[in-house]
Design a protein around this ligand. Sequence first.
Ligand code: FES
Length: 268
Amino acid sequence: MTSTATRPRGARARAAIAAKTLRTDRWWFAPLITVVGLSAWVIYATVRVFMHKWYWVDQYHYLTPFYSPCVTERCVEGSSHFGSFLPGWWIIPDAALTLPFLLLFRLTCYYYRKAYYRSFWLSPPACAVPDGHQSYSGETRFPLLGQNLHRYFFYAAAIISLINTWDAIYAFHSPEGFGFGLGNIVLLVNVVMLWAYTISCHSCRHIIGGRLKHFSKHPLRYKAWTGVSWLNVRHMQLAWITLGTLALTDFYVMAVAAKWITDLRFIN
Ligand code: FES
């Protein structure tokens, strides 16, 4: 048995078992599926962000969330709701003001941390399975210390959800004026799920109900905290669902913009 004195600095004590793990179930399945799912999403999103086309349907005012708000000089006519003040260089995403914050919001999310620490860094890959690394400093040093900024990225994400909500409302349009099609349902479902994910954030739960000594003296905040807590226990599911709705919404807008399909219209 390795004594504390001979153990490498930072390594944790482990029972004297020769086998790497005694688990016989498919403990590797969850990390594997996480790697596949997150990698596929990141590849899709990266390709779409740097494609610089098929993000706006002028006829119905559909704008994909990957290009919202569109702020570069390259933005096609009508797609820029907040001005186009950044240069249209290929390397600059058209939604350069929002994408970095969304990325940081998700990267520092408590659920995604667990997901990528386990699946990409194997630290550890599963309960009762040895860590893939010799030492562990937690989130007490740079760069992981930055994970503590999550609460601030939450505020940025809330503003971006407001912008996405505006996009979904602005899309009730047709050349005749008011219009309503399948694209509107896709945009609305996406924005509702984005709000559910954003509000279910652990930081949001703390902002609403944290630091209160007596819930009885703050009935409204208690009610809001109860609702957020209900969503909070579903945060992991919402994290995955929103990856799905974001990609689906983007793909739908792309397909209509590229004229691969025509939007199914219910009114105008
Ligand atoms: S904990 Fe996941 S978004 Fe805040």
